[in-house]
Design a protein around this ligand. Structure first.
Ligand SMILES: NC(=O)c1ccc[n+]([C@@H]2O[C@H](COP(=O)([O-])OP(=O)(O)OC[C@H]3O[C@@H](n4cnc5c(N)ncnc54)[C@H](OP(=O)(O)O)[C@@H]3O)[C@@H](O)[C@H]2O)c1
Length: 254
C-alpha cells in the first residue's frame, strides 16, 4: 500500500521506539515532516531521527503526563512548520499493579500515572492540536489503544481503563470535530513484539500468549503502523470514530 503525506506535518508521540518508530519511519517515507516525541531515551530518539527519509524532522522530549511539556511541544511544531496535520497518540505505559498485592499508596500512584500518561496526555494533545487543525481546515488524529480495553487487564486495571477511556474519548471527539474536517480514529492492538511486551512474551507465558491467535504469533510493530498509516491517510474520512482491532483474531468482540 502506497501512502502520500507530502506537505504534511505529523507528530508521533513515543515515536522513538517500538510501534511509534515504525509509524515515524513510514510517515517520513511517505513524505511527511515528522516530529518524534519521547520521554527520556534521547539516544533512541536520535537514532530513529537519523534513519528517517527526507528532511524537516526533529525530536522533542516531552512527558505525556505533563501538560506544560505538551503545550511547549505543540508550540515548537507550530513555530517551526506553521501547521500540524497529523497527530498520532501512540506513547503509553504498562505497569502492573495487581490489586491484592499492591498497597493503597502504590495503587494511587499507579492509577494517577497510567491515566495521566495514557489518557489525559492524549486528550491534552488533541485539544492543543485541534485548535490549529480547525484553523487550517482539517486534520487527522489516530489514537493507539489496546485489546485490553475490551478483554480486561487483571494485573494492570488502570491500563485497561485508560485504553477504554481512550476509545470513548476518540468516539466523542470524532463526533465533535468532524464538522471541522478533523477525523479521529483508534487502533486496538493485541500483543506486539516491542520492548513493552518483551517480558510477557518470554518462555512458557510467551508460548501461551502467541497461541491466543490462530496465527500462533503476536503482531509485528509494522503491522500496527501500517493500520495507523491507512487511518491517517486521505480517503478514510467516513471511518471517523472507528476502533480497529489489530489482534490476529486473538480476541473477537461483538
Ligand atoms: N506492545 C504491545 O504489546 C502493545 C499492545 C497493545 C497496545 N500497545 C500500545 O501501543 C503503544 C506503543 O507501545 P510500544 O509497545 O511501542 O511501547 P514501547 O516499545 O515501550 O515504547 C514506548 C514509547 O513511548 C514513549 N513514552 C513512554 N512514556 C512516555 C511519556 N510519559 N511521555 C512521552 N513518551 C513516553 C517512550 O519513550 P522513552 O523511550 O523515551 O521512554 C517510547 O518512545 C502504547 O500506547 C501501548 O499501550 C502496545
Amino acid at each position: 500500500m502506497k501512502f502520500n503525506f507530502e506537505n504534511q506535518v505529523a507528530l508521533v508521540t513515543g515515536g522513538s521506539r517500538g510501534i511509534g518508530k515504525e509509524i515515524s519511519q513510514m510517515l517520513a517515507e511517505a513524505g511527511a515532516k515528522v516530529v518524534i516525541n519521547y520521554r527520556s531515551n534521547k539516544t533512541a530518539a536520535d537514532e530513529t531521527l537519523a534513519q528517517l527519509a527526507g528532511d524537516g524532522h526533529f525530536a522533542v522530549k516531552a512527558d505525556m503526563g505533563n501538560p506544560a511539556d505538551l503545550k511547549t511541544l505543540v508550540d515548537q511544531i507550530i513555530s517551526t512548520h506553521g501547521r500540524i496535520d497529523v497527530l498520532i497518540n501512540n506513547a503509553g505505559i504498562f505497569e502492573a499493579h495487581p490489586i491484592l498485592e499492591t498497597n493503597f499508596d502504590d495503587w494511587q500512584t499507579a492509577w494517577q500515572n497510567i491515566l495521566n500518561i495514557n489518557l489525559v496526555g492524549p486528550s491534552n494533545l488533541i485539544h492543543l492540536c485541534s485548535q490549529h487543525m480547525a484553523k487550517q481546515g482539517g486534520g487527522r488524529v489516530v489514537n493507539v489503544s489496546s485489546r485490553g480495553a475490551f478483554r480486561g487487564e487483571p494485573d494492570c486495571p488502570a491500563y485497561g481503563a485508560s485504553k477504554a477511556g481512550m476509545n470513548a474519548m476518540g468516539q466523542s471527539l470524532a463526533k465533535k470535530l468532524a464538522p471541522q474536517n478533523i477525523f479521529v480514529h483508534t487502533v486496538a492492538p493485541g500483543f506486539v513484539e516491542t520492548e513493552m511486551a518483551k517480558e510477557a512474551l518470554k518462555g512458557e507465558n510467551g508460548v501461551a500468549l502467541r497461541s491466543q491467535s490462530p496465527l500462533n504469533r503476536v503482531a509485528k510493530p509494522e503491522e500496527v503502523a501500517r493500520t495507523v498509516m491507512f487511518l491517517a491517510s486521505a480517503g478514510t474520512e467516513f471511518l471517523t470514530g472507528c476502533i480497529v482491532d489489530v489482534n490476529g483474531a486473538s480476541y473477537l468482540r461483538s
